[in-house]
Design a protein around this ligand. Structure first.
Ligand SMILES: [Zn+2]
Length: 488
């Protein structure tokens, strides 16, 4: 249990970052009478020293923080550096762009320090947790279980439906890519496979293969569907290449909904240029699914950092999942967790949450030249292990068009292995919307008092607890259950 400092002297983005770190730590925040019994978090002054930055950016282990009886000391310099990372000071609107208009990954502080493959801010949050427990002494010390159903970490499988019509064109593009790499063996295998599929529906088969793999472990996933109108220009751009009202997409949506998967919007170039278009595209999707679309991810990860997220929030989306790297895998925000999006222009948090992804199938094949699907999966599992270490969220992107006929022999079997391994490692496999709703509600919990028997009096925000979907368990440092917060 932790009592937060008076945040008046802090810059707004430092306040935001401190709230995100304490949230990620899983510590129960004390308010009211409970504050007197909690460990006090104290920000210690000092210039940004190389040592503080190095401690944070060394990664690979929780940051060691000073603690003494009843107090945890967090250097302000560490908080400032964490705020630079989380609010994307070097990786946002001012960063140089790649050919798709995205901030280049090499502008990111964590990439520059070569630690993007570690969730460094989640590790800092773990450090805050461990030091608080150590500083508690005889005081009551409570932690909220990180995920529902006794799970210690979460994994979200997500899919962008980029291809749903004219599939031979995509096979052709992939053949050109393989030829440029001189991968003749794979090229011939793709040609043979595609020729044999001309009269079938490989796109539907790709979707079914993904869903069948998930059914075997009872996982539900998140699907992002493009809802623009295809034109000759949008096809040439690789932007909008199908109509969501087409028969094939409608049938795919029917299976997704029947099996309890989440359907969100895959925003196109149109929504980057004009954020006002989000609302129309969202409405178009909801008309097809008959349910609210709460999540969004931009196609090609194209966005105007800050501007696009604000437009997403204005259009009523609850979360975005565009934050991540296109050309490498890792934790772009430093957090393996859900957090409110920072808005530099207003100096406050937006109403929309970020559910960052840390792994994408094509990052290795398209940008790093690695074509063996099993190596992509090894990479995914390495990052999943790091998310598990911090009790966090691993979110990965798998494109259902990665099938032999479209140029990716061996990919479906590799995906099935990923799903099996995430499940066997005990992850809470849930759609992103369920993850976000539960985490937002957990964030609202507070201890207002502690009884002589050591039971905290819990309160939470009713408007978000209503949608949490699963109850919350509050345990003491021995792991004994001390309180449960039920949801309606
Ligand atoms: Zn896409």
């Amino acid at each position: 249990m932790i009592a937060l400092p008076d945040s008046t002297p802090l810059e707004a983005r430092e306040r935001h970052t401190l709230a995100c770190l304490v949230d990620a730590s899983g510590l129960l925040i004390a308010e009211g009478a409970a504050r007197a019994q909690a460990v006090r978090l104290v920000l210690t002054p000092g210039e940004l020293s190389g040592a503080a930055a190095e401690a944070l950016l060394r990664a690979q282990a929780p940051v060691q923080l000073l603690c003494r009886d009843g107090e945890l000391h967090l250097p302000r310099t560490v908080l400032t550096l964490a705020a630079d990372i989380l609010t994307r000071r070097h990786d946002g609107a001012s960063a140089p762009r790649d050919i798709h208009g995205r901030p280049v990954s090499t502008a990111n502080t964590l990439v520059r320090a070569e630690v993007e493959r570690w969730p460094v801010l989640s590790l800092l949050a773990r450090g805050i947790h461990d030091a608080t427990v150590a500083a508690a002494g005889a005081r009551p010390c409570f932690t909220i279980a990180p995920w529902p159903d006794g799970k210690r970490w979460a994994a979200a499988l997500s899919h962008d439906l980029d291809v749903a019509s004219l599939w031979p064109a995509f096979t052709g593009l992939r053949l050109v890519e393989l030829a440029a790499k001189g991968d003749i063996r794979r090229l011939l295998s793709v040609l043979g496979g595609a020729a044999g599929r001309l009269l079938s529906d490989p796109i539907r088969e790709g979707v079914d293969t993904v869903l069948d793999a998930e059914v075997t472990v009872g996982a539900r996933s998140t699907w992002f569907i493009i809802c623009g109108t295809p034109t000759f220009a949008s096809f040439l751009n690789g932007d909008v290449t199908y109509s969501p009202e087409s028969r094939r997409v409608k049938k795919i949506l029917a299976r997704l909904i029947a099996e309890g998967h989440e359907v969100g919007l895959h925003g196109s170039l149109e929504t980057v240029r004009d954020g006002g278009r989000f609302e129309a595209q969202r409405g178009r999707l909801e008309a097809l699914t008959g349910r609210p679309a709460r999540g969004v991810r931009q196609h090609f990860l194209r966005r105007a950092v800050g501007v696009t997220e604000r437009a997403m929030g204005d259009a009523g989306f609850a979360y975005d999942s565009t934050c991540g790297f296109a050309d490498r895998n890792g934790f772009r925000s430093g957090l393996a967790d859900v957090f409110p999006v920072w808005d530099e222009s207003t100096g406050g948090a937006l109403s929309i949450e970020e559910a960052p992804f840390c792994w994408m199938d094509r990052a290795l094949s398209k940008y790093q030249g690695i074509e063996a699907p099993d190596r992509w999966i090894d990479d995914a599992l390495e990052l999943a292990g790091r998310s598990e270490t911090v009790g966090g969220l691993w979110c990965g992107i798998w494109h259902p068009n990665l099938i032999p006929a479209l140029g990716f022999p061996g990919a479906p079997a590799a995906y099935a292995r990923l799903v099996r391994e995430l499940s066997s490692r005990g992850a809470w496999l849930a759609p992103l919307d369920a993850v976000v709703r539960w985490r937002v509600a957990r964030r609202s919990l507070r201890a207002m008092d502690v009884s002589p028997e050591g039971v905290p009096t819990m309160v939470g925000a009713p408007e978000v607890l209503r949608f949490a979907g699963a109850s919350f368990r509050v345990c003491d440092r021995q792991g004994t259950l001390r309180a449960t917060v039920a949801t309606p």
